[in-house]
Design a protein around this ligand. Structure first.
Ligand code: GLC
Ligand code: CA
Length: 521
């Protein structure tokens, strides 16, 4: 039994992101499916995660592998059916796992019936569901906004009607116009569709992009070619978020919305929590881009606390996802660092998001030129999960992307059988969190520590207490003479990133790249 708390589930939960294409394939077409997720729920229960977030599985031509949605309320046949989805939710809930789905509100696929109708001409009833504009006087795009993935204009010209349409991502992903109340109402219906089916929450794609400058003013030229999707930060978005929040909060059971606010400064992300009336949670990406360095990480932690605490906004932490190189890859392939980073991620105050495969210590796949499929260059982190050491790694057909290096030795089955594996480290960390209200919800106090070390305490008013110490260096470090040593007096190593010394009294020394969770006693 874990600690009993009256806080909403999503504050103490550990969320596990599943990229369905790459998780598990049941029919041999090389693409993971919802039945595959369902078949492996047992693994997630064994691991100890509280919730899964499913990247898009909706009908899609897959120009952006599902982030180009052609029907928000149906499952793409490659992933299965709505019945498969319902069965997955039922089984997940029966196993005590919450289900969060991806909601992509800023744009649709160009194959969506709304856009097909919008494109029919200037007088189409859905013309103003999207952002259509006349050409600039020189015939070029209406403004200087840059699309994501390629430094190209965020506008595509439509010969038939003589206008451009806006797409902050691919031309196959036209932006909806959220200033149109019909669009807002239609997207609210999508939320209700999934809430009524029992989902526990949403991950909201490019949240900060839905409200746009009505003037569509140029981006400052000094920022170009940064895509507009990384710059858009508008007051128009906030009333839209408040109405989304009201919709969610009207449902029973603490439904949650976590926003992808892709603005690379925590100070810009914080306002998206509103006055506890917008997002429940927001991803905080600056730490994900922070190198493995104690000073820089300490600065990111301090900045996150400083920006969010005044708002009583609950932080999130993430090291890897489907859009960026995996953290072990970013940390020079060093498994010791990847392990210490897991202790960091799961020891900080806030909701951690894991990305499927990081618990195996996977590296990015090296994808040969003739197998590159993503227009955004993100194939490497989307390599299939190796389930078995055998040929095919538990995939009945050739998967859509190559396996990561070391798949031979890093399959789930291999690592499950090896108590020293990083998989077992994640499992012990998740168990430690479940067993400690301090780790889940406790206050965080940063400690003075030697150079190269970041240390903090977590503590509840009732007296549950843990100390977390992370050695970012490749040398042995002693805490002698620092506040970190005083705080860790009379403690036992509960979890060590390298597994060494667990259950023994903490001596005040850390091995290279070692991170520990300490408990009193
Ligand atoms: C988000 C998604 C990314 C997608 C983009 C467009 O950034 O995480 O995968 O390509 O939005 O929907
Ligand atoms: Ca399949």
């Amino acid at each position: 039994m874990g600690p009993v708390s009256t806080e909403p589930w999503w504050k103490s939960a550990v969320v596990y992101q599943i990229y369905p294409r790459s998780f598990a394939d049941t029919n041999g077409d090389g693409v993971g499916d919802l039945a595959g997720v369902r078949a492996h729920l047992e693994h997630l229960v064994w691991l100890g995660v509280d919730a899964i977030w499913l990247s898009p599985f909706y009908r899609s031509p897959m120009a952006d592998f599902g982030y180009d949605v052609a029907d928000h309320c149906d499952v793409d046949p490659v992933f299965g059916t709505l019945d498969d989805f319902d069965a997955l939710v039922a089984d997940a809930h029966a196993s005590g796992i919450k289900v969060i789905v991806d909601w992509v509100p800023n744009h649709t696929s160009d194959h969506h019936r709304w856009f097909v109708e919008s494109r029919q001409g200037r007088t189409s009833a859905k013309r103003d569901w999207y952002v259509w504009r006349d050409p600039a006087p020189d015939g070029g795009p209406p403004n200087n906004w840059v699309a994501a993935f390629a430094p190209e204009p965020a506008w595509t010209y439509d010969e038939a009607s003589g206008q451009y349409y806006l797409h902050c991502f691919l031309p196959e992903q036209p932006d909806l116009d959220w200033s149109n109340p019909e669009v807002e109402a239609a997207m609210h219906d999508v939320l209700r569709f999934w809430l009524d089916r029992g989902v526990d929450g949403f991950r909201m794609d490019v949240t900060h992009l839905i409200g746009k400058d009505p003037e569509l003013a140029d981006d400052p030229p000094e920022y170009l070619p940064i895509p507009h999707s990384a710059l858009n930060d508008r007051p128009e978005t906030h009333p839209l978020l408040r109405r989304i929040r009201t919709l969610l909060d009207a449902y029973p059971g603490d439904r949650m919305i976590v926003g992808e606010v892709y603005l690379l400064d925590t100070a810009l992300v914080a306002p998206y929590y509103g006055d506890d009336d917008e997002l429940h949670l927001s991803f905080n990406f600056p730490p994900l881009f922070t190198p493995w360095d104690a000073t820089q990480w300490r600065a990111q932690i301090d900045k996150t606390v400083a920006e969010l605490e005044p708002l009583s906004a609950w932080p999130t932490w993430v090291l890897s996802n489907h859009d960026n190189p995996r953290h072990r890859t970013r940390y020079d392939g060093d498994e010791g660092r990847a392990r210490a980073a897991a202790v960091l991620l799961l020891g900080l105050r806030g909701t951690p998001f894991l990305y499927a495969g990081e618990e195996l210590g996977l590296l990015d796949a090296e994808v040969p030129a003739d197998r590159v499929v993503d227009p955004g260059g993100r194939d490497g982190c989307r390599a299939p999960i190796p389930w078995e050491p055998t040929l095919g790694h538990g995939w009945p057909g050739e998967p859509w992307l190559p396996f990561a290096p070391e798949a031979q030795t890093r399959s789930v089955a291999d690592e499950k059988a090896d108590p020293h594996s990083i998989l077992h480290l994640y499992r012990r960390l998740l168990a430690a969190r479940r067993g400690s209200e301090a780790l889940q919800l406790g206050a965080q106090h940063m400690l003075a520590a030697p150079e190269g070390v970041v240390a903090w305490t977590r503590q509840t008013p009732a007296g549950d207490r843990r100390v977390v110490v992370v050695n970012f260096t490749d040398a042995v470090v002693r805490l002698e003479g620092t506040e970190a040593l005083a705080a860790s007096a009379h403690t036992t190593i509960e979890v060590a990133s390298d597994g060494l010394g667990e259950g023994a009294a903490f001596t005040g020394a850390l091995a290279p790249d070692q991170a520990v969770v300490l408990r009193p006693g």
